[in-house]
Ligand binder design. Sequence first.
Ligand SMILES: O=C(O)CCC(=O)C(=O)O
Length: 270
Amino acid sequence: MADRRKGDEYIVAPEEKELYKQNGYVHLKGVLSEEEIDDLEKEFMAFIRREVQVDGRDFCDMSADYSKPIENFSIINIMLPSRYKPSLKNNIYERRAASISKQLLGHDLTFDYDQLLAKPPNKPDAIFHWHQDLAYWPVTKDTRTASFWLAIDNSTLENGCLHFVPGSHLEPDLRDHGSLHGNRDNSHTLSSTLSEKDIPKPAELSRGDVTVHHERILHGSGGNYSNSSWRRAWVIAFRSQETVKEERQRGFTHSHNDPLEVLNAVGKQS
Ligand SMILES: O=C(O)CCC(=O)C(=O)O
């Protein structure tokens, strides 16, 4: 595996590029070394222990509404860790992800946002509902996205690994999504449903592996049934420079504290 990592680069094979195109996601092994993951894990846990200040709804539970007490969270979701801890900017994961995003989608791709997601053990209700990422974002002219999902723990069926519906990114229209808890002021979470034809595939990952997924692929994950294992993931999304600029002009930063009128305008063209 080490030969695919070359400093800040990670070499993507031609067949992996093809898988991203055809299936809407690709599993890349060993993007981070054990040592590199150890460092990231320490940073991750400082957020979980609330040693880094995160404002308001940027520390939330994606499986519940905003009234749930923090100590009972089932999917701990921390938005924009590198905004709250600027020394995380341009870390080794971000640099390798930048290299991969350029190989998959082109040189104009740039960092858009990052996010930490953790399911503690024994959380069968840690369900991340089916969705397409683009349903969460304003629709811009150029929607190209490489969304990275880095496994901090081995991610398994038991502890609630991601599932993707291969090929769903090729559908011309986004699926219908509804607010899981009535409206965006109760919770950030949107939810869609599978049709009979959808065949989700689990993405079981080893610590240090990533999946990279397309903005239109239908995906979600189940609860954590393990009584010992966390399921922690570090997400970074790369989008085109033009799109990131347009998002910011519209006041959309991926913070869950963005104004409600901005959040309610998602799925609409400017
Ligand atoms: O971690 C999960 O279960 C869901 C993550 C997700 O939806 C994403 O990274 O786009």
